[in-house]
Design a protein around this ligand. Structure first.
Ligand SMILES: [Zn+2]
Ligand SMILES: [Zn+2]
Length: 766
């Protein structure tokens, strides 16, 4: 074939194309089509040059798109014609040859179908080998010590490849070409079982996986070393075993996730729609919150009182072996003590989980980066992120604008941190609540990790307004140049704006439990006219006192008392007695004087607390073992279709629209006293609140002419509220924007902080 009959093109693939086996896939297709050229990673994406017969060139992109590795997602392909060079062979160019570091760190990927097939094939050399992986799957983030990502910089460095694994690793047409964690039973990590004290079990039972399955069947609690940390596992159909786990872990009522062997098993315990199916089996393998079925066979103590069951499918080969052959679902909850981060190292786990786990299933591939399971749910046909961690982090989120480098330290609870660099936002895996020294140490680890992953040490910091937050104090201690402090709810709204590429003013609805306001009070039902620089508080819920301050979070009855006090004045105690709050009557006088004096009784406009209070008024729950528990149970109770709504008032004062829910509380309380079914009241409460929030937004639109509404805040994890407010605002002609990749809860705050700080910096420079 002479050069006239040849054609050469250059392609740039962007999207999720690095660290997911994309280059070997390209290599195989180019070989099949007899094309010359090369493929390499660049900061912009994967660059491919191919040349050969025009018909093969024509068919190349469709062939690639039809044969993508499971975790790859192509967002865009650009193409340009080049002059022919006569290149006959095709090669994978190492990105390091260009003098450029390959710094792209992929999230961990669930075990792929090809590896699963080999895992179950008695003729395969990796038959039942719990660490099987390939370029399409396996550990990534959780085994890195440093960048660039190659074996020497991972916890696989201490496992020299055997000749066979080495050949696979070197061969571009092999599925394990440059699979950094490649291993086999001869050369790779191994598994063993110990008792509760860490003493290895006798070898008379040679297969630790079988041993583990037997022990789980007997109702034992196992600590299982996983991908990003330890799980505590127990048979999810064994009520006694689950109760024992709860008693030992002090996790009294928080719902526990379960792992099932396959989709069909998931369908037995919950409603699994098409989107849920897709999410459950995606390479990210998150925990998916699904509506429980009534007789799903799961022990009642697994997720008591809440509407959803968190479900996930096996995501490591070890999980696949543990859940083989229709074995019962397993509770898989993160292996930690309450309020501490997930355990990472064998010795640490043996120490910290002693007394909780009866046995330990350990291995010797070190976890170098902790990473909790991610949590998602589906609402209005879209994925709603609840916790963005394993499988998603540290993949950067691509923004529509470029920003100066900023490090945002995140909020106090559900913390993540964020590095903004150009148009990329690098969010850390979930860190958790920064209340313990362990959690704060984890925050520091994450900080240096993210600086290495983003290869960037920003000189500008962003943090919260709250003077007592750990991250606020940390900001002052870090040797950086400048600190920008960002209001919590402003950060909520701006994170949605950044995800959606909005820069003009919006009406932001930030609905959550708590955030420090510019006036020093607790905010949490906020209508903010926002742009990326600043905001104006255009409306909010009428504040009410929180008698006992932080105590009110775990004791919803206190908030119920406060709302009765607001709604009935002097007669509130009589109403409280009639509403089954008499158990707390001995506290009434004290609370009365606290609310009157304001002592230890801060003003709050928190919607999260209103949910708690209503749950208490309906007798659903007066004290909670975790934040949001009462609100979740109230949502579960609101299971009736459309219901008549309760009255509310809007007042305009000092340039703000104030939402007054006292008429609603009075009607609701009266219905409760009249013996109306609490399911009905809970449903009406939701409907009324949806109307009230939409009406407030409507009034602000009238004043300002702004038609873009942005929703964020933990309250929008309530699906009835989220669906209802979205629907109502759209019905009123609003353009409604919500999160895309980030959670509506405080997991989004770091991005918002970073973008606000970067925008202020940008404005000053211009
Ligand atoms: Zn694989
Ligand atoms: Zn090997």
């Amino acid at each position: 074939m002479n050069n006239q009959e040849r054609r050469r093109i250059r392609l740039l693939f962007s999207g999720i194309v690095q660290g997911v086996g994309f280059r070997p896939a390209i290599y195989r297709i180019a070989k099949e089509q007899n094309l010359g050229g090369f493929v390499c990673n660049t900061p912009e994406g994967v660059v491919v040059e191919v040349e050969g017969h025009p018909r093969h060139i024509e068919g190349f992109v469709p062939a690639v798109l039809n044969n993508l590795p499971p975790a790859a997602e192509v967002a865009a392909v650009s193409q340009e014609d080049l002059s022919v060079r006569g290149e006959q062979t095709f090669q994978i160019r190492s990105s390091r040859d260009d003098g450029d570091k390959d710094v792209m760190i992929s999230p961990d990927l669930a075990v792929c179908d090809n590896c699963l097939r080999e895992l179950k094939d008695p003729r395969d050399r990796r038959y039942r080998y719990p660490f099987i992986n390939c370029t399409d799957c396996g550990p990534r983030l959780t085994i890195i010590r440093d960048v660039p990502y190659d074996r020497g910089n991972t916890s696989m460095a201490c496992f020299p490849l055997c000749p066979q694994c080495g050949t696979e690793y070197e061969n571009p047409s092999d599925r394990r070409f440059h699979a950094e964690p490649n291993a086999c039973p001869l050369c790779g990590p191994r598994l063993w079982m110990t008792d509760g004290q860490g003493v290895p079990l006798a070898d008379d039972f040679p297969d630790p996986v079988e041993q583990a399955r037997e022990l789980l069947k007997k109702g034992k609690i196992l600590a299982i070393k996983g991908l990003g940390g330890f799980h505590l596992a127990v048979d999810a159909t064994n009520e006694q075993a689950v109760q024992r786990l709860r008693a030992r872990k002090y996790r009294e009522e928080k719902p526990l996730a379960v792992m099932v062997g396959h989709l069909e098993a998931a369908g037995r315990i919950a409603e699994i729609g098409r989107l849920e199916q897709h999410l459950l089996s995606s390479p990210q393998r998150p925990i998916v919150l699904c509506r429980k079925k009534r007789h799903g066979g799961i022990a009642p103590s697994v997720a008591p009182g809440v509407p959803d069951q968190g479900i996930m499918l096996p995501y490591t080969p070890l999980h696949a072996l543990l859940l083989e052959d229709d074995s019962p679902p397993l509770v898989m909850t993160s292996g930690n003590r309450v309020d501490e981060p997930i355990c990472q190292k064998n010795r640490e786990a043996l120490l910290r989980l002693k007394g909780i786990a009866d046995f330990f299933l350990l291995h010797n591939r070190d976890i170098l980066v902790r990473c909790d399971d991610s949590v998602v749910t589906a609402a209005r046909g879209k994925t709603v992120m609840i916790r963005r961690s394993r499988g998603y982090a540290p993949r950067p989120i691509t923004l529509q604008q470029c920003y100066p480098d900023v490090l945002a330290l995140g909020p106090q609870l559900k913390a993540t941190l964020c590095i903004l660099k150009g148009n990329q936002a690098y969010l850390s895996p979930h860190i958790g609540d920064l209340e313990t020294p362990e959690a704060r140490a984890f925050h520091s680890e994450s900080l240096s990790l993210m600086e290495r992953i983003a290869s960037c040490r920003p000189k500008v910091l962003a943090c919260d307004l709250h003077p007592a937050y750990y991250t606020t104090r940390l900001a002052k201690e870090l040797p950086h140049r400048e600190i920008f402090r960002v209001q919590h709810h402003h950060a909520h709204i701006v994170s949605v704006m950044a995800e959606n590429g909005l820069s003009e003013q919006v009406i932001g609805l930030a609905m959550d439990g708590t955030g420090y306001g510019t006036d020093g009070t607790v905010w949490g039902c906020e209508f903010l006219i926002s742009d990326e620089l600043d905001f104006q508080r255009a409306g909010h819920l009428e504040p009410f006192p929180l008698p006992g301050s932080d105590k009110a979070v775990r004791e919803p009855w206190r908030v119920a008392v406060s709302l009765l006090h607001e709604s009935y004045g002097h007669d509130w105690q009589e109403m409280a007695q009639r509403l089954d709050l008499s158990a707390f009557a001995s506290h009434f006088e004290l609370l009365n004087s606290m609310m009157a004096s304001g002592l230890n009784s801060p003003q709050a406009s928190s919607l999260g607390r209103v949910f708690d209070a209503v749950a208490s008024l309906l007798g659903i729950r007066h004290t909670a073992s975790f934040e949001g528990q009462a609100a979740m149970e109230l949502e579960a109770m609101a299971d009736l279709p459309y219901e008549a709504s309760y009255p509310f008032l809007l007042r305009y004062e000092d340039g703000r629209t104030l939402l007054d829910l006292r008429p609603l509380i009075r009607t609701l309380a009266q219905e409760r006293i009249n013996g109306i079914d609490p399911h009905k009241i809970a449903s009406r409460f939701h409907v009324s609140l949806i109307k009230a929030l939409a009406a407030t937004a409507g009034e602000i639109r009238e004043r300002t002419g702004i038609n873009r509404a942005v929703l964020s805040g933990g309250c929008f994890q309530n699906r009835i509220l989220f669906n209802g407010v979205t629907r109502e605002l759209e019905k009123e002609g609003f353009a409604v924007y919500t999160h895309i990749s980030l959670p509506p809860n405080d997991g989004c705050i770091a991005l918002g902080q970073a973008v606000v700080a970067a925008s202020r910096l940008k404005r000053r420079k211009s």
